[in-house]
Design a protein around this ligand. Sequence first.
Ligand SMILES: Cc1ncc(COP(=O)(O)O)c(C=O)c1O
Length: 431
Amino acid sequence: MLLDQIKNYKKKTPTSAKIFAKSSKLHINGVSHNIRYFEPHPFVVKSSLGKNLVDVDNNKYTDYWMGHWSLILGHGQKNVKESIKKQIEKSWMYGTVNEQTIKLSELISKAVPVAEKIRYVTSGTEATMYAVRLARSVTGKKIIAKIDGGWHGYTSDLLKSVNWPFKESESSGIVNDEKIISIPYNDLENSLKILKKYSKNLAGVIIEPVLGGGGCIPATKEYLKGIQEFVHKNKSLFILDEIVTGFRFRYGCLYPTMKLDPDIVTLGKITGGGMAIGIICGKKEIMNYADTTEKKKSERSYIGGGTFSANPVSMTSGYTTLNYLKIRKTVYDKINSLGDYARKELEKVFDGKVAVSGKGSLFMTHFLEEGVTEIQNSADVAKCNSEKLQKYHFKMISEDGIFFLPGKLGAISNSHSKEDIKKIIKASENF
Ligand SMILES: Cc1ncc(COP(=O)(O)O)c(C=O)c1O
C-alpha cells in the first residue's frame, strides 16, 4: 500500500522533485529545519491561503502544520495581511524604538498577567535560551531542569533529552550539558526525587504546559503545581514555555487557568501572527536583572535583542492577530470544539487502537502498541508505532490532499471547518 502511495505522490509532484533536488545541492538535507524533510521528497509550496497550501505542481493540501502551528487565523488572513502591507508601505526595518512594539506589548501585558516586563527576540529558541540565562543570573545557580521529550528549540543549553530514550546526546558540539538535568513529565514523585538531588544548585525548571514536539500531551495541574511548589521552596525559578500554548486555547496563556504562578514565561509563534518572534516576559523583579541601568555588570543578565528584534512588521502582524482574537474570542470556542470533535471521532474510527492526545485545537494520533493504553509523556509516545503514524500522515498527503507534517501534531485554525475534520475522519477510515 505504501509503495502505491509513494508512486502516486511522485507522479503528482514532479516539479517539487526537480526543485527539491536543486535545494539539496544548496542546503543541508535540502531544508532549513530538519523536521521539514520527509521521504521521498517534501513538496515545494508556491502559495498558501486560508486553510490551504498549494504546491508547485498545483496540488492543494488542507494544512494542519499551519506554519509550525503559528497561524491560528489561517494563511494570509485578510486583516493581518492588510496591516502588514500598510506597515511595509511605511517601512519594514527601523532598528530603533517604534510604537508598533508598544501596541503589541500593551495587549500582551494585559492578557498575560506575569508579563510585567517584556523583551522581544526573533525566535522561540532565543527566548528559551535567554530565559535560562536569566534564571541563572537571578538565582546565582547553574542547573536547569527540563522535561524528558521537552522541545525548546535548538539552544545549546536545552538540546538535551529530547528524543527517547533521552540518554544519548542530541548533538555533538554541546558543552556543559551536565548543567541540564531531565525529569519525567506528569510523574511528580519521580520528578521530585531527581530535583531533590540537585536542589542546592537548581536555577530553574522549564516546562511546556502542553508538551508540543514531545507528543501533544497536556500536563496535569497537579504535576505543574507540584513542580512549582518545589521550585519556589528551593528559591529556584519556574519557567513556563508557552511558545506553543500562548494564545492557542484562550486569549492569553494557559497557566492562569491552572492558577499557576510562573516567574518567567516564553512566548512565540501565534504572538507574531506568522512573522518571526520570540518573547521573554516575567515578573518585574526578575526581568529587572536584565536592566543595564539598574544592575552592575557582575549581576546583570544580558538577554534579548538582535538586529531584527521588535521589527515593525512582526510587531504589527502580532498586534493585528492578537487584537483580532481579543475582539472575537469565539474563535477559541470554534477551534477548541473542532479539536474535541477530531479527538473523539478519530478514536472511534480506530476503534481503541489509537489514542488521540491534545487539548483544544491541537491533536495528535498515536498508534498504540502492547503495554501502552494512554499517552501521559514522551516515553509513552516512543512506545507507540511511529512508523504507522508516518504512513498514516503520508497516505493523507498522497491521496487525500491533507497535510500533517509526518509524525507531528495537527493544529486547527480559524480557517478550518467541521467539513475539514470530517475529511480527516474519512481518510482515516480508508487508512
Ligand atoms: C515549546 C517550544 N519552545 C520553543 C520552540 C522554538 O521556537 P522557534 O522554532 O521559533 O525557535 C518551539 C518550536 O517549535 C516550541 O515548540
